[in-house]
Ligand binder design. Structure first.
Ligand code: S3P
Length: 426
């Protein structure tokens, strides 16, 4: 796909639903009693993988004409042994959260995924689930797919999270719904908390006190109507484009503004960005609002520590933004980037170097000296949706056309991206 430099972006946009919340909405609806209705669900490949897995376990999930989703919950113990393998495709959230639910089921299931999933570590999930009593076998002591999981009688655990990961935390929380005793999870650094918020809405016995989460068994969860806010990770591409291109002004409607996800706004604010949050409200336990973003001259900052989990998926686009900031931006404490859909430290550094940026790779991040006029060139997406989209935004501020290979991989999280970008480009 070829992207041309543009002058600015302008307009009002409605974006696709949040990926993390969409996955959780399908999972919790499936194991609840009664019907659930999910509005603004993200119809993208990753979330469709989750739907496919739950359909294979006997859940009636209907995708309606208006792209909402209706789910007939089967209850905590109503899932059926799947016919054939559960294929999670490219989705780390699907496999890790699903393993938590499977740990509580009295049947065996086999999990597989694509070539990217095959390289992503699973021991971070299989270790605590084994401690709770699940029997799990798989490649390299169940660190990689294919993985077979046989659930059953689980007991609660006391678990201090070794890494900040919402996928790991959520997997343990979901398994704890089936445990005979209380589970306590302690997070040294807080990660996104959509599972905790949504479980409360569904009637689970879950309490969060500071960085500690307590989960106790309940008889049932209850089906809900869920509204999925626009994904701040998808909004970030437009937030950064507007911030970098002189004369830009973009209004992004109904964006999820959960404080565990708004690291991008903290960064933009420290850089001297120009944005406002309008119409803030709480819907289904999640904060949402409209974001009005305008161009602004930006300065470099240091990004690390507790901020990293709040913007982990936005680092590729933040790195692009940093090339347009005055001074040296340092991104540290982000070694988790190496085990995402691609090694995102390498894929960002390699591509930004190809565009002529002054960038240095670190073990746990990168250093970027700006500002710099980027050069249009050939970009390798590494088949990673966020790399493809981040570099299509880099292309907008480049000197000439940029060609991004395998751009179709954006279908993982944001199939409408190019259409929306085209509509607001001038
Ligand atoms: C996600 C958590 C994050 C994020 C991923 C989605 C989730 O991963 O990178 O895209 O939905 O729980 P971590 O497990 O590293 O927090």
């Amino acid at each position: 796909m070829i992207f041309n430099p543009i002058s600015h972006i302008k307009g009002e946009i409605n974006l696709v639903g949040d990926k993390s919340i969409s996955h959780r909405a399908i999972m919790l609806s499936s194991i609840s009693n009664g019907n659930s209705y999910i509005e603004n669900f993200l119809m993208a490949k990753d979330c469709l993988s989750t739907i496919d897995c739950f359909r294979k376990m006997g859940v009636d999930i209907n995708i309606n004409k208006d792209k909402s989703v209706s789910v007939k919950g089967v209850g905590l113990r109503g899932l059926k042994r799947p016919h054939g393998q559960l294929d999670v495709g490219n989705s780390g959230t699907t496999i890790r959260l699903l393993m938590g639910i499977l740990a509580g089921q009295n049947f065996e299931a086999n999990l597989i995924g694509d070539s990217s999933i095959a390289q992503r570590p699973m021991k971070r999930v299989t270790d605590p689930l084994r401690k709770m009593g699940a029997k799990i076998i798989g490649k390299d002591d169940a660190n990689f797919v294919p993985i077979t999981i046989h659930g059953g009688q689980l007991k609660g655990i006391d678990y201090i999270m070794p890494i900040a990961s919402a996928q790991v935390k959520s997997s343990i929380i979901l398994a704890s719904l089936y445990a005979s005793s209380q589970t306590r999870i302690v997070e040294k650094v807080k990660s996104r908390n959509h599972t905790e918020i949504m479980l409360k809405e569904f009637g689970a016995n879950i309490n969060v006190i500071d960085n500690e989460i307590y989960i106790n068994q309940v008889e049932k969860l209850y089906g809900q109507n869920i509204y999925v806010p626009a994904d701040i990770s998808s909004a970030s591409f437009f937030i950064c484009a507007a911030s970098m291109l002189k004369g830009s002004e973009i209004l992004i409607k109904n964006v999820g503004l959960n404080p565990t996800r708004t690291g991008i706004l903290e960064v933009l604010s420290q850089m001297g960005g120009n944005f406002e949050v309008l119409n803030k409200k709480v819907v289904c336990g999640e904060i949402i609002g409209d974001l009005l973003v305008r161009y602004s001259k930006l300065k470099a900052i240091q990004i690390g520590k507790e901020l990293i989990p709040k913007l982990i998926d936005e680092i590729p686009i933040i790195a692009v933004l940093a090339t347009q900031c005055e001074g040296t931006t340092v991104i540290k404490d982000a070694s988790e980037l190496k085990v995402k859909e691609s090694n995102r430290i390498k894929s960002v550094v390699l591509n930004l170097k190809a565009m002529g940026a002054d960038i240095e790779e670190l073990e746990d991040g990168m250093i970027i000296n700006g500002p710099c006029k980027l050069k249009g060139t050939k970009i390798d997406s590494f088949n990673d949706h966020r790399i493809a989209m981040a570099f299509s935004i880099a292309a907008l501020v480049a000197d000439k056309d940029t060609c991004i290979d395998n751009f179709d991989c954006i279908d993982i999280s944001f199939p409408e991206f190019t259409d929306i970008l085209r509509k607001v480009s001038y």
